[in-house]
Ligand binder design. Structure first.
Ligand SMILES: [Cu+2]
Length: 152
């Protein structure tokens, strides 16, 4: 069955409409609730397999983590409060990921699914203490994707 000219035109309109949605949706998602940074600004770079913070000590209070994933793969950041050494966090039974439900670790917040070159701002009110930022994708913590943060 051959398409009539009208049907073909409608197919084009539909295709263009879908293309517009395909472009608009990621732009909207990328801008979702990006908060305005405030308090202490702390740049955090993620890459295979490293978490690199601008400072390892920050003052207590509001801290805005300006997170950027340099890639070359997807990463995430989890912030926990703990007195454990950053390389001694408890692992889940899979042996590949950290168990932030375990005793000695207090889960604060996470930013998941950061694609290459994604940036996201995470704002936390931090009391004085010891914290660890890490990526909990399978094996990434074991690969060295963590760094301690002291809040004074
Ligand atoms: Cu990672």
């Amino acid at each position: 069955m051959a398409w009539t000219r009208t049907r073909r035109r409608w197919a084009w309109v539909l295709a263009l409409g879908l293309a517009a949605v395909a472009i608009a949706v990621p732009l909207t998602v990328a801008r979702r609730d990006e908060p305005t940074p405030r308090g202490t600004l702390q740049n955090v770079l993620l890459k295979d397999f490293e978490v690199r913070q601008e400072a390892t000590v920050v003052p207590a209070g509001t801290v805005s983590f300006l997170i950027r994933n340099q890639g070359p793969t997807t990463h995430e950041v989890i912030v926990v409060r703990t007195d454990l050494a950053p390389d001694k966090l408890p692992l889940q039974s899979d042996g590949l990921t950290v168990d932030e439900e375990e005793r000695g670790v207090k889960f604060l917040e996470e930013v998941e699914g950061l694609d290459i070159d994604d940036r996201e701002t995470l704002i936390l009110d931090l009391a004085p203490g010891h914290y660890v930022l890490y990526c909990n994708l399978e094996g990434h913590y074991l690969g060295g994707m963590y760094e301690a943060l002291t809040v004074r």
